[in-house]
Design a protein around this ligand. Structure first.
Ligand code: PEP
Length: 253
C-alpha cells in the first residue's frame, strides 16, 4: 500500500514573510494527517528554504528544493549542492521539472546526474517527466515519457531507485488550468509502472510513488487520486494558497 504524497512546488513565488506564513498555515491545517496518513512536502525557492525548514521543524511536513547541482562543492558559481540542501534540513528535491527542461534547457543527461548526486547526498528526488502538447498530439507521449524515465534513472541500482518518486506532469497541463483527465493520468501512470517493472522488479514497481502534476486543484484532486496508479499530486499554483493546498491534501488521504 503506497502512502499518498502531496508536494507543493512554489516555483519563483513568495517572500520571507509569506513563505513562513504559508508554511505555518499548512502545518496547522494538516497536523492530524501529516506524516502518518499522507506524506506532505513543500518546495520553496532556495532563498526561503532555511526559514521554511525552521517554521516546519515541529511539524511532519518535509521540505524540498526545486533544483540541485550534481557536484558536491567547488567552483560552480551560483549552484547549490545536495550536501548544502541536506545541511539546511531538506528531504526532497525536484529534478527535471518541465520548466527546467523547457525554459532553462536541462537535458536528460544533466537530470540523471542531478538525480544520482541527490541520492548520493541523502536526498529523495522527485523525478518529473511529461510530454509537450505537440508530442501528445503526435502520439509520442509514451516515447517521450519512456526516454525521460529511462535516462533519468540510468545507472541507478534497485536500492537507489527506491529513493525516487516520479511525477508525471504533462507540460500542456502545467499552469494552464487544463488538467489531464483522471483516465489520461492513469494511462500514463500505468505505463510508467510497467516501465519500472521492466527496468527493476515487481517490489520496486509496487512501492514507488507516481505523482500527477498539472493544474491539480481542490475540485479535481479527488478524481485524480481515485485512480489506481495515481499515488499523489505535485501541485504548483494551488499550493500557494493554504486553503486550496489543504483541501488537496484532504482529498488525497
Ligand atoms: C508544477 O509546477 O509542477 C505544477 C504542476 O504546476 P500547476 O499545478 O500550477 O499546473
Amino acid at each position: 500500500m503506497r502512502k499518498p504524497f502531496v508536494a507543493g512546488n512554489w516555483k519563483m513565488n513568495t517572500d520571507t514573510h509569506t513563505s513562513v506564513d504559508l508554511s505555518k498555515r499548512i502545518a496547522t491545517g494538516s497536523s492530524d494527517v501529516a506524516g502518518h496518513s499522507v506524506t506532505i512536502a513543500v518546495c520553496p525557492p532556495f532563498t526561503y528554504l532555511q526559514s521554511v525548514t525552521k517554521a516546519l521543524s515541529a511539524s511532519h511536513i518535509a521540505v524540498g528544493a526545486q533544483d540541485v547541482y550534481f557536484e558536491s562543492n567547488g567552483a560552480f558559481t551560483g549552484e547549490i549542492s545536495p550536501f548544502m540542501l541536506k545541511d539546511i534540513g531538506c528531504t526532497y528535491v525536484l529534478c527535471g521539472h518541465s520548466e527546467r527542461r523547457h525554459v532553462i534547457g536541462e537535458t536528460d543527461d544533466l537530470i540523471n546526474k542531478k538525480v544520482t548526486a541527490a541520492i548520493a547526498g541523502g536526498l529523495l528526488p522527485i523525478l518529473c517527466v511529461g510530454e509537450l502538447l505537440s508530442e501528445r498530439d503526435a502520439g509520442q507521449t509514451e516515447q517521450v515519457v519512456s526516454q525521460q524515465l529511462k535516462k533519468g534513472l540510468a545507472g541507478l541500482s534497485y536500492e537507489k531507485a527506491s529513493a525516487v518518486a516520479i511525477a508525471y506532469e504533462p507540460v500542456w497541463a502545467i499552469g494552464t488550468g487544463r488538467t489531464a483527465t483522471p483516465q489520461q493520468a492513469q494511462e500514463v501512470h500505468d505505463f510508467i509502472r510497467m516501465l519500472l517493472a521492466q527496468m527493476y522488479d515487481d517490489q520496486l514497481t509496487d512501492e514507488i510513488r507516481i505523482l500527477y502534476g498539472g493544474s491539480a486543484k481542490p475540485d479535481n484532486a479527488e478524481d485524480l487520486m481515485s485512480q489506481d496508479d495515481v499515488d499523489g499530486l505535485l501541485v504548483g499554483g494551488a499550493s500557494l494558497n493554504a486553503d486550496d493546498f489543504l483541501s488537496i491534501i484532504r482529498a488525497a488521504v
